[in-house]
Write a protein that binds this ligand. Sequence first.
Ligand SMILES: NC(=O)c1ccc[n+]([C@@H]2O[C@H](COP(=O)([O-])OP(=O)(O)OC[C@H]3O[C@@H](n4cnc5c(N)ncnc54)[C@H](OP(=O)(O)O)[C@@H]3O)[C@@H](O)[C@H]2O)c1
Length: 313
Amino acid sequence: MADLAPITGKRILVTGVTGWVAGPVAASLAEQGNTVFGVARFRDAEARAKVQQSGVEPVMVDLTADDFSTVPDELDLVLHFAVAKADNFDLAFRVNAEGSADLMEAVAQRSPQLSAFFHCSSTAVYAPVHGSPRKETDLLGDSHRPMPGMPTYSISKIAAEVLVRHTSRRLGIPTVIARLNVPYGDNYGWMLFHLMMMERGMAVPVHVDQPTDYAPIHADDIARSLPYLLSLASAPAEIVNWGGDEIASVEDWCVELGRLTGLTPTFAPTTATIASIVPDLTKLHDTGFRSRVGWREGMRRQVTTSRPDLLRA
Ligand SMILES: NC(=O)c1ccc[n+]([C@@H]2O[C@H](COP(=O)([O-])OP(=O)(O)OC[C@H]3O[C@@H](n4cnc5c(N)ncnc54)[C@H](OP(=O)(O)O)[C@@H]3O)[C@@H](O)[C@H]2O)c1
């Protein structure tokens, strides 16, 4: 099947633009000839300048502030990535759930011609079942509660999905909710934390149910998959899993990082970390999308770009 054409010539709002996933997405859309507006609170002037340098126009919005007056009119697309990884449910619900619905409502008023609202969710919404890929219809659960620093994440991402679905149905906004697995790029990713731990001789937490498998997806594939995911947008909202074709475990990528750097990983099996969650990608693949960056190639690119000082092999 021929590739879907990349998105070009559109007015696009990307939220969470100072974050890991949305920054490279916004930059690649700007590079493809779109007018891209990037939303964040921009409390850090350096982050704002970096966004500007990537060809994206910064738009200051605080999703807790009930003020969307800075959001531009006549948007074609909204890609909503902003998230609060908060330690209290008040803030997590306010940003992730209510903030998502408020944003949809504000955009619907200003951009009646909007062709799609894209909501980035997470496979964190699933109840993990070891060795069994999760389908979009499978049971939800609080998978991230055991992970230090993520006590509200799964539940507030579930709440966000509910409000996004409801708002899509209520206002007739074509919407896709994409449940992202493990994103990474040349400059970001969970693996870089693991590499830092290896560098310091610390054991990497893995789940007691090993291997701690995921379906990592590289930033290049994240950007390339957008037209495929957007082809599913409908009202009421469509939900789809989002990940790379190859399964790799935390154990696998740490061993590969060890091979690339000469560092030796050690592992600490525990229940105080996220259990393996592998998404069933049938629905994504039915759109025609297949990932292209294999995880081993992705690890090499990541180390080469982010930690060239450590690269040995
Ligand atoms: N990272 C992962 O491993 C992973 C896995 C699966 C799914 N996801 C999903 O992918 C998306 C992006 O995640 P990420 O890890 O890239 O996020 P991140 O790096 O933590 O960045 C979060 C973004 O949200 C913005 N934000 C936070 N609070 C805000 C508020 N009150 N108002 C406006 N903007 C606010 C932040 O901007 P300021 O702080 O500058 O305002 C930042 O741009 C999220 O929806 C997440 O659930 C991530």
